[in-house]
Design a protein around this ligand. Structure first.
Ligand SMILES: NC(=O)c1ccc[n+]([C@@H]2O[C@H](COP(=O)([O-])OP(=O)(O)OC[C@H]3O[C@@H](n4cnc5c(N)ncnc54)[C@H](O)[C@@H]3O)[C@@H](O)[C@H]2O)c1
Ligand SMILES: O=CCC[C@H](NC(=O)CCC(=O)O)C(=O)O
Length: 469
């Protein structure tokens, strides 16, 4: 089995090393453990997962430190991610009761109709690197709560965090057979996704990978597939009087997590008359943003991107936008030789003959100027993605038009494009998802409905269509 290592983006230090896992063995173990877990009362599973939340609380600072080191995100942001991991349990318990609890339904005379839900069985979970604990956890907790077993493969870029998360489940008493850690990269991910022993796949990652998985599952309707994918998210600034606040909202949307959020604003669409003063206001703030190591003091606003390869790809993408007619306003500078720190960049792409519809998963903001609001909405929709969109405007009627016409699963007003709540469904349309939103609605894809028409004794008669005896 090949060896994998995980490095700290900020320093290059090796954080973790290990061998790729055995997909067959992990799936077989989960299959063997699943039935016993599913047979446990719901109350037992709830209690066990609440112990998991307590274990994470007890290990909060160690977990946050590890996430910060392994992703490069600032420690304050890693701490927030661990908070989300803890909060997920109670939210999932509420969502389960709301979305998939047992119910009595109206029924014909003399019988009872019952709605119950059953787990799928063994679910594979593939996680991304940007929220290496919170987002896989957002699949694993609801899946376990519903009575499934899980084989979890973390991103190959955040293996230590994946291992830490799974250990917390085991320390809390989740049977080791029911949450399996599969170490590996895309090859192991493909093998797991293709494995005949899984009953479904819960995926968070790029649209490139998600579309490949969608093709793989095209002739497997018997397996549940949930895809949480990328975005090419717009933020529209229109008729707002407070350009400093608008600038802060755009910066928060585009550059939090060094732009490594699926909900990050990739495109600023701005009313022509506001464009120059807004860009000036943004520039004034961006000059002051601290880009640094996760544990630096004073704390950085953002850290490096995940690795040098990503930094180089983003640099090439930025140069390609320039070659295509984009006018750089702030260059994507790389202040530390050999390390993937990038300074947040802006480029005016208004005059580009063709603006590529790709997700640049880093601190790059593309700016398009528009005179007409309907044209701005059209530009916002000029994408195959549809995850998040924001409007900054003082006019409720404009927000009504924006909400009604923009095509996205998250549509915000005078708020950033990112920072979605776990207490709501989370997902997008187009290339951002496959209509199985996660977060509060994750309960929906972790179990299937079973309707029963029940009577204590068998009674039946044929009242029509029967010849006289
Ligand atoms: N919609 C959401 O909820 C959400 C949240 C976070 C990140 N994302 C997206 O994830 C991406 C960043 O994460 P990433 O770079 O880790 O994504 P990625 O698609 O490269 O990898 C995600 C996971 O899939 C595995 N994988 C890669 N190729 C595979 C294949 N062919 N078959 C099976 N498994 C495979 C990886 O090993 C990893 O575990 C961005 O596009 C971002 O928008 C989406
Ligand atoms: O990187 C992707 C989105 C991260 C975050 N979204 C959520 O946390 C959704 C809620 C959940 O899954 O519990 C964001 O919007 O910033």
């Amino acid at each position: 089995m090949p060896e994998l290592i995980s490095e700290e983006p900020a320093t290059g230090a090796i954080l973790w090393r290990g061998r790729a896992g055995d997909v067959d063995a992990e799936v077989a173990t989960a299959r063997a453990g699943w039935a016993g877990w599913a047979a446990r009362p719901l109350a037992f599973r709830v209690e066990t997962l609440r112990r998991f939340a307590n274990v994470v609380r007890q290990r909060h600072e160690a977990f946050a430190d590890l996430i910060a080191r392994e992703t490069g995100k600032p420690l304050w942001e890693a701490r927030s991610e661990v908070d989300s991991v803890v909060a997920k349990v109670d939210i999932s318990v509420t969502a389960y009761a709301d979305r998939t609890a047992q119910r009595r339904l109206d029924s014909p005379m003399g019988s009872r109709m019952a709605l119950r839900h059953k787990p799928h069985g063994v679910l594979a979970v593939l996680g991304p690197y940007n929220f290496p604990a919170h987002l896989p956890n957002g699949h694993i907790v609801p899946a376990l709560l519903a009575g499934n077993a899980v084989v979890f493969k973390p991103s190959e870029k955040t293996l230590a965090t994946g291992a830490f998360l799974v250990e917390c489940f085991h320390a809390a008493g989740v049977p080791e057979a029911c949450v399996r850690l599969l170490i590996g990269g895309p090859a192991e991910g493909k093998a797991l996704a293709s494995h005949r022993g899984i009953d479904g796949l819960l995926f968070t990652g790029s649209s490139r990978t998600g579309l490949a998985l969608n093709r793989l599952f095209a002739d497997r309707p018997e397996k549940i597939l949930a895809l949480e994918m990328g975005g090419n998210n717009p933020i529209v600034v229109w008729d707002t009087p407070d350009l400093h606040t608008a600038a802060v909202l755009v910066i928060q949307s585009a550059f939090t997590s060094a732009g490594q959020r699926c909900t990050a604003a990739r495109r600023l669409i701005v009313q022509e008359r506001l464009a120059d003063p807004l860009i000036e206001a943004m520039d004034a703030v961006m000059r002051r943003l601290i880009v640094g190591e996760p544990h630096a003091d004073p704390a950085p606003f953002m850290g490096p991107v995940i690795d040098n390869e990503t930094a180089e790809l983003l640099t090439e993408s930025f140069l390609a936008l320039m070659m295509g007619g984009g006018r750089p306003i702030r260059h994507l500078e790389r202040p530390v030789e050999g390390r993937p720190f990038l300074l947040p960049a802006m480029i005016d792409v208004t005059d580009m003959a063709e603006r590529p519809d790709v997700e640049l998963f880093g601190p790059i903001l593309q700016i398009t100027r528009r005179e007409d609001f309907d044209d701005a909405i059209e530009e916002a929709n000029a994408t195959r993605y549809g995850l998040s969109a924001s409007l900054v405007s003082q006019t409720p009627a404009l927000y009504d038009r924006f909400w009604a016409n923009v095509r996205a699963g998250i549509v915000n007003w005078n708020r950033p494009t990112n920072g979605a709540s776990s207490k709501a469904p989370f997902g997008g349309v187009g290339w951002s998802g496959n209509h199985r939103p996660g977060a509060y609605y994750a309960a929906d894809y972790c179990a299937f409905p079973v309707v029963s028409n029940e009577a204590d004794a068998a009674r039946a008669s044929i009242g029509i269509g029967l010849r006289e005896a």
